[in-house]
Design a protein around this ligand. Structure first.
Ligand code: GRF
Length: 224
């Protein structure tokens, strides 16, 4: 069974969705780590999972900090590291050490809107839709190959909070589905591309949700 460690920094609603989707009697997630005393660690504790808080030290280099993360993760020997709102840029060394075993969820339809403040940027641009993307992590920020995306409409009266809430709901559906695909050995990244069921994935899997967060289309590959 795939051993998963989840890294968070905030509320951990994606962590909660991932844990809820697991078989509680045979958990894949074996530990949760944060860079601060994140509220979301409570979800891990509720499931009796070990938690680790690794706080950056003053003046510490990114590489040194990531080495301490590795030291905390090592006893769990994770086969998959799931970033779920982990608000730190990882060093190139860390990403290389875990290449192909590191995934992230980003709240935009990548390659649009990499980086921070995504929802406000989407509103400012007047986009009609936005969403979230689950991607393998590479050394370039939010630029790794995308396994699955969820799109939601942007409404005329949306503010950042309303749009963020709609996207969060969609994230909670696609992230567990993506992790399941990887953990079950159906999807993996190789030389910058994603393979799904032994074929190269030519475009990300697509899920669509309506303005209320109700699912209206789900990737065919996930329905069996
Ligand atoms: C999500 O919007 C995710 O896309 C981004 O960080 C946020 C984490 O939210 N990477 P939560 O802590 O899972 O509620």
């Amino acid at each position: 069974m795939t051993r998963i460690v989840v890294l968070i920094s905030g509320n951990g609603s994606n962590l909660a969705a991932l844990l809820a989707a697991e078989d509680a009697a045979a958990r894949r997630t074996v530990a949760v780590l944060s860079n601060r005393d994140a509220a979301g660690l409570a979800h891990a504790r509720r499931c009796n999972l070990p938690t680790h808080v690794v706080k950056p030290r003053r003046g510490e280099s990114r590489e040194d900090y990531d080495t301490r993360i590795d030291a905390a993760l090592a006893p769990y020997d994770p086969q998959l590291i799931v970033l779920a709102g982990f608000m730190r840029i990882l060093s190139a060394g860390f990403v290389a050490r875990h290449a192909g075993r590191l995934v992230n969820i980003h709240p935009s339809l990548l390659p649009k809107y990499r980086g921070l403040n995504v929802h406000q940027r989407v509103l400012d641009a007047g986009d009609a839709e936005s969403g979230a993307s689950v991607h393998f992590v590479t050394s370039e920020l939010d630029a790794g190959p995308v396994l699955i995306q969820a799109s939601v409409p942007v409404l005329a009266d949306d503010d950042e909070a309303a749009l963020s809430a709609r996207i969060h709901k969609a994230e909670h559906r696609i992230y567990p589905a993506a992790v399941e695909l990887i953990a079950a050995g159906r999807a993996h990244a190789e030389s910058g591309s994603i393979w799904l069921d032994d074929s190269p994935l030519t475009a990300p899997l697509q899920a669509r949700f309506d303005q209320h967060g109700v699912l209206i289309a789900w990737p065919q590959q996930l329905t069996d």
